[in-house]
Design a protein around this ligand. Structure first.
Ligand code: ADP
Ligand code: MG
Length: 775
């Protein structure tokens, strides 16, 4: 919302005189243009500039000649005052030569009501409007500042009950949201026109009046009378309020020093005035020039105090007061030039809207209460239980925690939603669960990498260290513990010995217990692979083998200590031990893959039978048709076989093709599963061999020779593939990664439904070979 965007409003007011110089000052009938025709100054003939140009034209917003005080107020100030009541800052400045009528325009005659100036009229209008605008409450404050010889003077300081601030204590400040203000300047609340006028007259009395050659009563100082307004709506939201400042500025005379003939104190005054007006002009030039970033407001008190009142977010109006006499033409020209420069300043007024935090809180509380009531009413209408708004109690939080745990474990199918706060709490618990899981994984990896934690258990069972591949190598090299391969003695570290009995207790306790994680895995291991692929939980497990495989406890079934070979065991027995201990995970995967393979083979057999049955039917139908033709041919006439037979044959062929496609895909799956099983088997054996070599007393030659037996035990009864050579430990990472990838691929391929298979089989034409049953 903008009140008066555009340029600064500039008026020229000509002081009435009996000697109006019509040939010099020409006011055009448009009421906006004033032309100055300057006569050549014969006293200074050498000055070329004066000779060259003798006429100037100034087009302004209005030329006020012989107009009443009321009209001046209406045309110049009224809109600014109304804007201030709406929340826009406003400034009215009177500029001109001493005695030209600035004070008359601004304050007017204090004796004559009719001749009162802009300030009393503005005060009157403000309070009249306050009365009229009943939908708003207004607060009005007054301040009256004088700048005399670059010193700030509070013209209303005498009215303050407390200690009067000295002029030096006042300082021009700036704050975001508040703009420029004078710290230390007294602000007086006023509730009526009369109160405000009293203050105005009080301030007028306090003005520093100097004697002057041209006008003895003329002011030698700048005076800024400010009305500070604040309004709040009575009807709308009371959290917002608007503020505005209405600055009514009576500037000191702009005449040249030489002309006044002032001396001493008067000279000093004139010098300060000239300086400040000169900087005012510079500031105005800078404001008018849009390319300039910096405006030198701080060079004088006047420009600094008027920083936010000259343009920008402000309705600004300038009245250029001039004489009508020929003798003042030089000063008149100077004033009009200043006025035309002022006209170039662009303004962009905006309402100074603020938020009242206290009122806002109050309003929000009220809104919340109302919404609760609305919600409760809505719930009652639809027969829903009311929503709790209070924070969740400890018991409720504990219940949510338990629900989340049970949900994650799978014992709780779903969690019913009761309120938003419950949903939030659920999310928080889930997040916590995820964090915990991640933390555990990281800890496990750290333990695995650096052999940290669970030291008691490790001290008692050196074999564990051996399973932490990287850690064990490092520690062995450092000689931090000894492992006897002959009798599998326990490490001789003092730490291990002192904790031995305690460890045994905890070990036996651990063996008795079964953690949910290990239980879950042992459960899943016992299930056939096909089922696990279809279950989402198992699917996820399969998709994340990397992390799983990195957890050392995964290779220890049911939280038990890993097995290690005993010299008294045969290799076959040691292999059994291995499959239950260190190799349990590999073994489990192998078993699962075997299960899938078996299932696929069985499916393949069934389908083969079905396809072959269809083939037989096709053959049979074809034979019937042939027979039909031959019979007819023998009777001397040729005839097409019955339509029913033809249709039947077509359908059978389509069925055959469809089943053949599915069968073909299952065969591919079988090959793939077979490959996986082989890989697992070889890996298991290679791991076992490594383990066995390390801990058993069996010489390497014997090991080599015993390999065959062991392989027999692991190989599938269905498998007739050749054994693969055991893999070296350096390729372990490679194979682990590859294995992971294969498992993922396996999971994906096994997830294809028969429908998907049949739809993907397409309609390719094939010959119909007899399919040999899968052995
Ligand atoms: P300034 O403040 O510019 O120095 P003033 O406002 O004091 O000048 O005016 C000087 C004198 O001229 C005052 O006596 C004032 O009454 C008179 N005067 C100025 N302008 C007008 C006007 N428009 N009508 C009548 N008297 C005026
Ligand atoms: Mg004056």
């Amino acid at each position: 919302m903008k009140a008066h965007s555009g340029e600064v409003g500039v008026f020229v007011r000509i002081r009435p005189t009996a000697n109006f110089s019509q040939d010099i000052i020409e006011c055009l009938p448009d009421g906006q243009t004033v032309n100055i025709h300057h006569k050549k100054d014969t006293r200074k003939p050498l000055c070329p500039r004066r000779i060259q140009r003798s006429s100037w034209s100034f087009r302004l917003e209005g030329v006020l000649q012989d107009v009443s005080q009321e009209e001046v107020y209406t045309r110049v100030c009224r809109r600014v005052v109304l804007g201030a009541l709406d929340g826009y800052n406003g400034t009215v400045l009177c500029f001109g030569q001493t005695g030209a009528g600035k004070t008359y325009t601004m304050t007017g005659s204090t004796e004559s009501y009719k001749q009162r100036g802009i300030i009393p009229r503005a005060i009157q209008e403000v309070f009249q409007e306050v009365q009229k605008r009943t939908e708003h409450t207004f607060s009005v404050y007054l301040s009256y500042l004088e700048i005399y010889n670059e010193t700030l003077v509070d013209l209303l300081a005498s009215l303050q009950s407390s200690a009067h601030p000295s002029p030096r204590s006042m300082v021009i400040s700036e704050e975001p949201g508040r703009g420029v203000f004078i710290r230390g300047l007294s602000l007086h609340p006023v509730h009526s026109e009369e109160e405000a006028l009293n203050l105005l007259f009080e301030g007028e009395m306090n003005r520093v009046i100097g004697s002057h050659a041209l006008n003895r009563n003329s002011s030698r100082s700048h005076c800024i009378f400010t009305l500070h307004l604040e309004s709040r709506s009575r009807t709308l939201s009371d959290t917002k309020y608007v503020t505005s400042k209405l600055n009514l500025v009576d500037l000191a005379g702009s005449e040249r020093l030489g002309k006044t003939g002032s001396e001493g104190q008067m000279f000093k005054e004139a010098m300060y005035i000239n300086k400040s007006l000169s900087f005012l002009e510079q500031a105005i030039l800078a404001l008018a020039d849009r390319r300039r970033d910096h405006v030198p407001f701080r060079q004088t008190k006047l420009t600094h105090a008027l920083k936010d009142s000259l343009g920008g977010n402000c309705n600004t109006v300038l009245v250029a007061n001039i004489y009508g006499e020929a003798s003042q033409t030089e000063e008149t020209l100077s004033t009009l030039r200043f006025a035309s420069r002022m006209k170039c300043i662009r303004t962009n007024p905006a309402v100074n809207e603020h938020m009242d935090p206290a009122a806002q809180i109050k309003k929000l509380k009220k809104d919340v209460q109302m919404l609760k009531e609305e919600l409760s009413f809505g719930n009652t209408l639809v027969n829903r239980p009311s929503v709790p708004y209070d924070p969740l109690s400890e018991a409720q939080l504990a219940e949510i925690d338990s629900q989340v745990q049970r949900y994650l474990e799978g014992s709780l199918k779903e969690i019913s939603i009761t309120s938003v706060s419950q949903v939030r709490a659920l999310f928080a618990k889930f997040k916590l669960a995820v964090h915990r899981g991640q933390e555990q994984k990281v800890n496990a990896r750290l333990r695995q990498t650096y052999n940290l934690g669970e030291e008691d258990r490790r001290a008692d069972t050196p074999a564990v260290k051996e399973w932490d591949t990287r850690g064990s190598t490092e520690e062995d090299e450092a000689g931090s513990f000894e492992v006897s391969h002959k009798n599998t003695q326990r490490p001789s570290s003092t730490r291990a010995k002192t904790k031995k009995s305690k460890d045994k207790q905890s070990q036996s306790k651990r063996q008795g217990e079964e953690s949910p994680v290990s239980k879950k895995h042992s459960d899943s291991a016992s299930k056939p692979k096909l089922n696990t692929v279809q279950s989402p939980e198992r699917e996820q497990e399969l998709q994340e083998p990397d992390t799983e495989s990195q957890e050392p406890q995964e290779s220890q079934p049911n939280g038990k200590e890993p097995f290690h070979p005993d010299s008294t065991l045969t290799k076959a027995e040691a292999f059994d031990d291995f499959k239950m201990g260190r190799g349990s995970k590999l073994n489990r995967i192998l078993q699962e893959n075997k299960a899938v393979l078996l299932e696929r083979r069985s499916l393949h057999r069934q389908l083969t039978d079905k396809v072959n049955a269809v083939k037989r039917e096709i053959d049979c139908t074809a034979a019937t048709m042939q027979q039909y033709r031959e019979t007819r041919g023998g009777q001397g006439r040729y005839s097409e076989p019955d339509d029913t037979l033809l249709n039947q044959l077509r359908e059978l062929k389509a069925l055959y093709r469809q089943r053949y496609e599915v069968l073909h895909e299952i065969k591919a799956e079988i090959n793939y599963c077979q490959h996986l099983v082989d890989q697992c088997r070889v890996r298991l054996l290679s791991e076992f061999e490594k383990w066995y070599k390390k801990y058993s007393l069996v010489p390497e030659e014997d090991l080599e020779s015993s390999m065959d037996n062991t392989l027999d035990q692991v190989s599938l009864p269905e498998c007739d593939d050749n054994q693969l050579p055991p893999e070296s430990s350096s390729s372990e990472s490679f194979h682990n990664a590859r294995y992971t990838m294969l498992r993922r691929r396996n999971t994906r391929s096994l997830c294809v439904t028969p429908e998907q298979r049949s739809s993907s089989s397409g309609s390719r034409q094939r010959t119909l070979p007899q399919i040999p049953p899968v052995s």
